[in-house]
Design a protein around this ligand. Structure first.
Ligand code: ADP
Ligand code: MG
Length: 253
């Protein structure tokens, strides 16, 4: 398997805080790679670097061999990198369907005049987007909520819609920031099957940050343990969980 995402010696400081410290790791095409670590370890910051929300102080970031640092956040999304957020970011006063259609945004190839005139090209595009979104709705069992407003939905359902919004864009790399946080045991189990299917059926590479070690062990090929922005250990879930440095960091001794 070739490397899809490469992070090389990345460093990011916020004032005096070194949030990411000379960090290197790569994610292979087709794998599920998890980042674990205590609160404040720098996990979300790594995602913000990849999404190009932040500029690193030093280091290199490559996606499919291309230099990510030469691109804007929008251009990174166009390359096929989609993400979910630790705190759900959806349009609360729009329906599930509308939120997922927004996820298709990067595929729009028509201009505003064409859209206003509703040309046959626009109509065909619209149909294609709707079909892609309906597939995601079916895949994530969201039919009962399809036309419901986000604001009235239970947390667990909103979490699934957030995953759906990212999936609807048809990404090559999916970044999931704590997909199981706040979910019940049952909902976490569903999340596990979906992540498995996203990789196996859709062939999408997954990079996730997660605290639930059951979920991490269940779906990940490899795990990176972070502490104070730096790599503590990397390997299979079993290797990382039994690593003395990791155990020490988690016990806080
Ligand atoms: P994690 O996701 O592992 O809990 P974060 O990546 O959110 O950790 O944060 C890593 C460190 O960087 C923390 O010390 C946090 O306070 C700091 N940090 C994160 N984002 C910012 C920011 N926008 N401004 C200042 N400090 C930040
Ligand atoms: Mg975080």
């Amino acid at each position: 398997m070739s490397q899809l995402l490469e992070i090389e010696n990345a460093t990011l400081k916020f004032g005096g805080v070194v949030a990411v410290n000379d960090l290197s790791f790569s994610v292979k095409e087709g794998e599920v790679y998890a980042i674990v670590g205590p609160n404040g370890a720098g996990k979300s910051t790594v995602f913000n670097l990849i999404s190009r929300f932040y500029d690193p102080y030093a280091g290199a970031l490559r996606f499919d061999g291309q230099n990510l640092l030469a691109r804007s956040a929008d251009a990174v999304a166009d390359l096929g990198i989609a993400r979910t957020f630790q705190n759900i970011e959806l349009f609360d006063h729009a329906t599930v369907l509308q939120n997922l259609l927004v996820g298709r945004h990067r595929h729009r190839r028509t201009n505003m005049v064409q859209e206003m005139l509703f040309t046959p090209k626009v109509r065909r595009e619209e149909e294609r987007h709707r079909a892609a979104v309906e597939d995601v709705i079916d895949f994530l069992d969201l039919q009962p909520y399809r036309d419901k407003m986000i604001a009235g939905l239970p947390y667990g359902v909103r979490k699934v819609v957030e995953l759906g919004r990212a999936l609807a864009s048809g990404p090559r790399l999916l970044l999931l920031d704590e997909p199981a946080s706040g979910l019940s045991v049952e909902e976490t189990q569903d999340m596990r099957w979906w992540i498995d299917d996203i990789r196996k059926q859709m062939g999408i590479t997954v990079l996730m940050v997660e605290h639930d070690m059951g979920l991490v062990s269940g779906v990940s090929d490899r795990v990176l343990a972070l502490a104070d922005g730096a790599k503590l250990a990397e390997g299979t879930p079993a290797q990382v969980q039994s690593d003395p440095a990791v155990i020490e960091a988690y016990l806080g001794t």
